[in-house]
Design a protein around this ligand. Structure first.
Ligand SMILES: Cc1cc2nc3c(=O)[nH]c(=O)nc-3n(C[C@H](O)[C@H](O)[C@H](O)COP(=O)(O)OP(=O)(O)OC[C@H]3O[C@@H](n4cnc5c(N)ncnc54)[C@H](O)[C@@H]3O)c2cc1C
Ligand code: FES
Length: 335
């Protein structure tokens, strides 16, 4: 039995309005073995819904995410080559984009589809606007920085945080959330979720080379509890070498849950410091379609299994290696 079958690697779109999707239509559903051509449901990764039944009754019809033009209401350079952009937001996207890991795929209006880049939603608000922060790195983000008043936007997607469902249940636990660079954009939704479940949070924010710490001030308003401040900021500090604030925090405290929001390098550091706590990590797969079709986001696990990083919620320890993986192999499904 493959790792994905044993460990309840889930499809992010199962049981949403996007299911069944083009993968079901092409006989490649990651959840349903019958759609894949097997004789029985034995290897179904049940997610509370029979995708085969939905697929049959849909008769080939499916809701697709398509690029649509959205107004750029504001674009400001908030640091060297770092831009904050406010866009109009279709009201029906609000639910998905408020969740930890919500993101969209954006390109300048009329640009070719291969100019599109995934971007995490930093904030979404009641007045149907959403904001994101991006750093100029190469051709796609250079074009976004130079672009005009309209962007083509595809969404909403919610697979931007691997292990996100692990944040739905922790209660009264000590959680460490470490964010670096534009990984800070995932902070508001993650912090909101963990505070909603009455957890205590420690944050470590690393500024990276450009010195940008943009998310911390906006977080203060999120702690709505009247009692003790449950959110404690350990840093930001850009004067220490990367990694040391994190190592200090993990050494000094005994955390029940870890969340890392940043580069794969950051995730590898967390993997080294982790015991076997539940862990969620930002999904940095290269993405083009976001639908499980183009294959650009492929993740190959240690056992050779190939998964679509944009579609399935992969436990980060299977990708970045970490203690606890072997015992989970023996122990059956993990949260
Ligand atoms: C779910 C998700 C959310 C993201 N959110 C943000 C965000 O909020 N702010 C931000 O600045 N960046 C974010 N990124 C990364 C951003 O999409 C890339 O920096 C951007 O696509 C780089 O394109 P480029 O042509 O400017 O640079 P390139 O020179 O092409 O690449 C620079 C770096 O970005 C990576 N990259 C290139 N193309 C893609 C792609 N299609 N998908 C993912 N990574 C790519 C490369 O592997 C390389 O590490 C996110 C990525 C993902 C997967
Ligand atoms: S981004 Fe195309 S398959 Fe995942």
């Amino acid at each position: 039995m493959s790792l994905s079958q044993r460990y309840l690697i889930r499809c992010q779109d199962a049981d949403t309005r996007w299911c069944p999707c083009v993968l079901a239509d092409s006989g490649s559903c990651p959840v349903c073995p019958v759609i894949r051509g097997e004789d029985s449901c034995e290897r179904c990764l049940w997610q509370g819904v029979c995708i085969y039944e939905k697929h049959l009754s849909a008769g080939g019809r499916m809701e697709k995410r398509l690029f649509r033009p959205l107004q750029v209401l504001r674009k400001a350079e908030i640091g060297p080559d770092v831009y904050r952009v406010v866009l109009t937001m279709p009201s029906e996207w609000r639910f998905e984009l408020n969740r930890p890991g919500g993101f969209i795929i954006v390109k300048p209006s009329g640009a070719d589809h291969y100019s599109a880049a995934p971007m995490a939603i930093y904030q979404s608000s009641e007045d149907e606007t959403m904001s994101l922060v991006f750093e100029v790195k190469g051709p796609k983000t250079k074009k976004l920085a130079q672009s005009g008043a309209v962007w083509d936007v595809k969404g909403p997607f919610c697979s931007g945080l691997w292990g996100a469902r692990r944040l739905q249940t922790p209660q009264n636990l000590r959680c460490l959330v470490v964010a670096a660079g534009t990984g800070q954009s995932l902070l508001p939704a993650v912090v909101r979720q963990l505070l909603k479940m009455d957890n205590d949070l420690h944050l470590v924010v690393e500024a990276k080379n450009n010195g940008m710490v943009y998310a911390v001030e906006d977080l203060a308003g999120l702690d709505r509890r009247d009692s003790a401040l449950s959110m404690q900021l350990l840093m930001p500090r850009s004067d220490k070498p990367a990694g040391s604030p994190l190592a200090d925090a993990v050494r000094e405290h005994c955390y029940d849950v870890l969340v890392s929001l940043g580069s794969d390098y950051l995730h590898e550091q967390v993997a080294r410091l982790r015991d076997d706590q539940p862990w969620a990590a930002s999904n940095n797969s290269v993405m083009v379609c976001g639908e499980g079709i183009c294959g650009s986001c492929g993740v190959v696990l240690d056992n050779g299994e190939h998964l679509r990083g944009c579609k399935v919620d992969i436990p980060p320890e299977f990708v970045f290696g970490s203690p606890g993986v072997d015992s989970e192999f023996e122990g059956g499904p993990v949260l």
